[in-house]
Design a protein around this ligand. Structure first.
Ligand SMILES: C[S@@+](CC[C@H](N)C(=O)[O-])C[C@H]1O[C@@H](n2cnc3c(N)ncnc32)[C@H](O)[C@@H]1O
Ligand code: SF4
Length: 384
């Protein structure tokens, strides 16, 4: 794959493991408490992979990503079975990224995960503050987060940290302290996420009753700005709105497929996928059945739709504008036959939110703060 912008033939595989030891009150992912049906779920995932292989034909994998949920609850044997099947069915390219999202509590299992073939770990440390971790409903404290980083670095070459900031009561000085700790921890990648209050979560319900769980919009903007400058000065420039890497080689290959409009297969309950190149009917969007019991039962495990050129273009614009390199308008036209909204683009340029260099447009620093709103102005209005 050529950096961030040219997925070409690249194919990824996303495996969603939906179980978590505890459900965090802010989390809106497709998650459940363990049901004791791991073997049956794994069997369904393996069957699903074989069914997808029959449709994609022969294409090798640039990445295999275990997300969740908490895939660090999977045993090395279970991980090994998926990795072996992926290699047998498609073939993992030399140096393919095999990533896993881990909870710090599962650190004793890191060596086993590496032996099974995992080569990149993203660790959900979320915060280095005990009180904040309690408020976030996490099942680990700050010390456990720190020891998990050491454990991960002793086993994996590529380690990333997830942090959640803009929590109620958090000041700029407090966030800067946490961020600096993460940057100095020895990892090569950082994903600092602003706390989002999702309506369908416990936090969503508490917020609707008037409880303050996150910071004001203004302070959120200041914290985002601070994140950009502190990370950049520490040699971790942003390559996407919420993702920072030491070097291009440290960027997430898996997420890059999303942002660059690449192809990936999604297996496991609720997993999304996109396939464009190997089909002749346009880009296919798939979403696996969300409930583990339905997914396990099969034989049909996915709902599918064929994206219209307008929907395909909208998605490519919204995702593509998230990366610092921005969006290539010629590529957008080649993939979808569509262009960005000319008036919207002109407006966003005048307001200083978007800049253009030849066929490439990208968000400015101010634009990144309002990314979704700004990119939304570029989506062509099909009804006009
Ligand atoms: C699917 S979780 C997987 C990681 C693992 N289960 C864990 O929590 O340690 C991916 C990341 O999304 C982030 N996240 C989830 N919900 C969020 C929210 N409402 N606001 C901000 N970040 C969130 C967290 O940083 C989390 O680590
Ligand atoms: S944040 Fe992670 S551990 Fe918490 S519920 Fe979501 S996926 Fe599970």
């Amino acid at each position: 794959m050529d950096g961030l912008t040219h997925p070409g033939d690249a194919l990824g595989l996303y495996v969603h493991w939906p179980y978590c030891a505890r459900i965090c009150p802010y989390c809106d992912f497709n998650v459940y408490r363990p049901r004791g049906d791991d073997d049956a779920l794994l069997a369904a995932i393996l069957e699903d992979m074989a069914a997808w292989r029959a449709r994609t034909g022969s294409r090798s994998l640039v990445s295999l990503h275990f997300g969740g949920g908490t895939p660090s609850l999977m045993t090395p044997d279970q991980l090994g079975q998926v990795i072996e099947a992926a290699d047998r069915l498609w073939g993992l390219e030399t140096g393919a990224e095999i990533g896993l999202e881990a909870n710090p509590k599962d650190q004793d299992g890191f060596a086993g995960m590496a032996s099974a073939g995992i080569n990149r770990l993203s660790l959900g440390v979320q915060s280095f503050d005990d009180a904040a971790l309690v408020a976030l409903g996490r099942d680990h404290d700050a010390r456990m987060g720190e020891t998990s980083i050491e454990a991960a670095l002793s086993v994996f070459d590529r380690v990333s940290l997830d942090l959640i900031y803009a929590r109620a009561g958090q000041t700029e000085a407090h966030w800067e302290g946490e961020l600096r700790k993460a940057l100095a921890s020895g990892v090569s990648h950082l994903s600092p996420y602003q706390l989002t209050i999702e309506p369908a979560t416990a936090f969503g319900k508490r917020a609707s009753r008037g409880e303050e769980l996150s910071v004001t919009e203004d302070l959120g903007a200041d914290l985002f700005d601070l994140t950009q400058s502190v990370c950049e000065a520490a040699g971790f420039p942003a390559y996407e709105i919420s993702n920072h890497a030491r070097s291009v080689g440290d960027r997430s290959v898996h997420n890059t497929l999303y942002w660059a409009g690449g192809d990936w297969i999604g297996v496991g309950p609720g997993a999304h996928g996109r396939l464009g190149r190997s089909t002749h009917a346009g880009r296919i969007a798939s979403e696996a059945l969300r409930r583990p019991a339905d997914y396990r039962a099969g034989p049909v495990r996915h709902e599918e739709s064929c994206l219209s050129p307008a929907d395909d273009a909208a998605e490519r614009i919204l995702m593509g504008m998230r990366v610092v390199e921005g969006l290539d308008l010629n590529r957008l036209a080649a993939a979808t036959g569509m262009s960005v909204d000319a008036d919207g683009l002109a407006r966003m340029k005048v307001q200083g939110f978007v800049e253009q260099n030849g066929s490439r447009i990208r968000l400015t620093r101010d634009g990144r703060l309002l990314a979704d709103g700004v990119s939304g102005e570029l989506v062509p209005d099909m009804e006009a």
